[in-house]
Design a binder for this molecule. Structure first.
Ligand code: MLT
Length: 267
């Protein structure tokens, strides 16, 4: 683990080759990707930051303090990290869930820096009115009671029901990753997700190779929505992972890595 001192982002930078930037979801950290980095860093340069407020990255409000965090801010953090690492060539962007929202913002802002997209367990649409209300409720809970109630309520939704009951090691690991998140980071991301733009108009304009991976038992993002997203991105390929929920790369790492490796080899 290293720290990008100028921007205060912690990150993993492992391996040599085409760079892959792994962007974690909410409320997770770079440790979401350890199995992918372990498997791929023999042939690729794997970079995984902790977004601000997560893992070992401290939460910082935007300059001036008043402006809210947005998916654009998080995408800029990622672009700045690549620049600081001397990476100017286009990279593979791999985003999970909220990391997918950040990936869309990254593509909108820096399309020339994207070689390919891997979108896992994510959606293009903005929040519905019900989802926005749920974000407000979560913000109120986190403000009053901290991160634990959020973690406890999210855990069963992140993992397939079967694994949630029988794979206690997996449940514990995901809980530990979530427990690294700061309350400020969580609240800022909830607000940013609530305000994020609809990325659906972007989809037909995506011209890079795109792989979409989804767990068949994802309880947060319905597979039907993912199919629609896939159909709107020219040439995109969808792979559905069996026996996996919202974290297919953690719940079924071997299957996930096989799919990812196949896509990367085809680039
Ligand atoms: C995530 O996994 O990043 C979040 O569940 C996404 C969301 O709440 O929209």
């Amino acid at each position: 683990m290293q720290n990008n001192k100028s921007r205060k982002l912690a990150y993993i930078d492992q391996g040599l080759g085409i760079p892959i930037l792994f962007i974690h979801g909410y409320p997770l950290s770079k440790n979401l990707w350890v199995e992918q980095i372990g498997a791929l860093s023999t042939n690729f340069r794997c970079i995984a930051p902790d977004l601000r407020g997560y893992g070992q990255s401290v939460y910082r409000s935007t300059p001036g303090g008043g402006q809210q965090l947005s998916m654009d801010t998080l995408a800029e953090d990622c672009a700045n990290l690549l620049t600081d690492l001397g990476i100017e060539e286009p990279v593979v962007i791999s985003g999970h869930s909220m990391g997918g929202y950040v990936s869309f913002a990254f593509y909108r802002r820096f399309p020339h820096r994207v070689r390919a997209l891997v979108l896992s367990a994510t959606r293009a649409g903005a929040d519905s009115p019900e989802a926005r209300t749920a974000r407000d409720n979560a913000i109120a809970t986190a403000t009053q009671s901290g991160s634990q109630p959020i973690i406890e309520s999210m855990l069963p939704k992140l993992i397939s029901p079967e694994s949630f009951i029988h794979n206690r090691d997996l449940v514990q690991r995901v809980k530990e990753i979530m427990s690294e998140a700061s309350v400020e980071g969580m609240i800022a991301s909830l607000q940013a997700m609530k305000e994020r733009p609809d990325s659906t108009p972007l989809l037909p304009k995506i011209t890079c190779p795109t792989l979409i991976i989804h767990g068949i038992e994802d309880q947060i993002i319905p597979l039907a929505e993912t199919r629609l997203m896939t159909n709107s991105i020219p040439g995109a390929k969808l792979v559905v992972i069996e026996a996996a929920g919202h974290l297919p790369n953690v719940e079924q790492p071997d299957k996930y890595n096989q799919v990812l490796q196949g896509f990367l080899n085809s680039l």
